[in-house]
Design a protein around this ligand. Sequence first.
Ligand SMILES: [Zn+2]
Length: 247
Amino acid sequence: MNLFEKSFASLFYRHVCEIIRCRCHIFCFFILLLAGVSVPVSATDLNSNGSSSTSVENQLSAEEATETAVVKPSASIHISKDSVTVKKGKKYQIKYTYTNTSKKNIIWTSSNSKIVKVNSKGKITVKGGGKVIITARIKGTDIQDQIVVKAKNYYKMRFKTTGYCNGRYCCGKWAGHRTASGKYPKANHTIAVDKRVIKLGTKVKIGNTVYTAEDTGVRGRVIDVYYRSHKQASRHGVQWVTAKVYY
Ligand SMILES: [Zn+2]
């Protein structure tokens, strides 16, 4: 039924039927048939035009409408952390949870795959330094979550290293005190540096141990490695090492 016919039928029902006070529309129906107009038979055909239709028809069309509008339960993805720090050359599996979808429907992308590569399972490989956003998106939707990967690069530098402890032989009046960063020193963790060469808080890898620059008191390209006892510190002696300084 085209628009013209629809409005014609609607007007006809409304006005002619009201004039002759015919509530069954049988008279109007035959007049319309004679006029060659296809007759509206359901409430939806006339709906907004205000034609009276039976209440049963109205109920049926309402039920049909709710059936077609059944809402699919929505999928979700959640990455457990907002950010992670990973060193160059290392791999890291991003931890995440999801609902109403499957692992293979999750698409992983990197904002800079030259620095951080991500595979189809959310495992990253760090190839350089910088901040990179990794996005996990559910295929065919805009539903996604993100994580900032702080990719730590490093340079290699030659240092003279010595050992120190927190006792009076090494620290004099500072013995037993906190380090320059305010933290107490820990073995296999704390090193003292020249702040002009290495910033406090920097990770420095010497051999297989990753230290943190937490203390000061040396000058130039010198690293003082913290030991729990003075005996261990003096055993360190003077060693020249090539360290990895992360930035
Ligand atoms: Zn000492």
